[in-house]
Design a protein around this ligand. Structure first.
Ligand code: ADP
Length: 247
């Protein structure tokens, strides 16, 4: 969010955004569960121009051992952007941004997993961003919760992420890259759909309380649609296993 002045018009006179969407329209989203053979659980998400894989291992032994918690499992999410995921090659390895995102994603996922059921173990979640186009933290989190369910790890519910923001003084849903770069604010949120508890809330840019409320409403409404896509992905995976077993 640079807030940089630009000649680029992000909303045209007909109220359409640069990719043709209306204010409260999501980018196209596709989710697939169980895409990796060697992980305990996995998921792939395409969300607009984002392409992200999530892989889950565990519950398994904790290394290094001093990180064990005798009362519950430790859930460690690692968010990583591939060097080829952005326009200019990104320097490989963790940076401040990826360390922060790994932490907020770990916290969000920890709020739904029944960690007490697996003391002294680790649940490792890897989020690999193959192609980035704004909104990768919420897309990665959305895929990661499907991967956890695919791994058969007991959870209260899935977690769904969605963002809304402010572009040309208008509240819009699910910012793309240009809107994120040249817009006024981005508000990524994630919820537990059944309870509507908010488990991730960040803001980049400036919005009034009224604007935040409007953006939150928009993001939460859209999250409920994304929840259906997550459940569909898991049902498709389960259904194909049942069919294989019957053959
Ligand atoms: P999010 O991806 O969750 O929206 P940011 O707001 O930090 O997170 O990033 C917005 C977008 O900016 C990313 O999705 C990506 O397309 C781009 N981006 C982030 N970090 C880099 C980087 N180091 N180099 C190039 N582009 C980046």
């Amino acid at each position: 969010m640079s807030g940089m002045k630009t000649d680029l018009k992000l909303i045209d006179e007909n109220g359409k955004r640069i990719d043709g969407r209306g204010f409260d329209e999501l980018r196209p989203i596709k989710i697939e569960a169980g895409v990796l053979e060697r992980a305990d659980g996995s998921a792939y998400i395409e969300w607009g121009g984002n392409k992200i894989i999530a892989a889950v291992y565990g519950p398994r032994e904790v290394y290094p051992k001093h990180m064990q918690d005798p009362s519950k499992a430790v859930l460690r999410a690692r968010y990583n952007m591939a060097a080829f995921s952005v326009d200019e090659r990104k320097k490989p390895g963790p940076d401040r941004r990826s360390i922060e995102l790994s932490m907020v994603i770990s916290n969000a996922l920890s709020s739904v997993v029944f960690l007490e059921q697996f003391p002294r173990t680790a649940i490792d979640v890897f989020i690999e961003v193959l192609q980035a186009d704004a909104g990768t933290r919420i897309a990665g989190l959305t895929a990661a919760s499907v991967a956890l369910a695919d791994a058969g790890i007991p959870m209260k519910d899935l977690i769904v992420g969605c963002a809304a923001g402010k572009v040309e003084n208008t509240i819009v849903l699910d910012l793309n890259k240009e809107e994120d770069n040249f817009g006024q604010a981005d508000l990524p949120v994630a919820i537990i759909p059944r309870t509507k508890d908010v488990v991730l809330f960040q803001m980049d840019g400036d919005m009034t309380q009224e604007e935040i409320d409007k953006a939150m409403d928009m993001a939460i409404n859209a999250a409920m649609k994304i929840y259906d896509l997550q459940k569909d992905a898991l049902k498709r995976k389960y259904f194909s296993i049942v069919q294989e077993d019957e053959q």
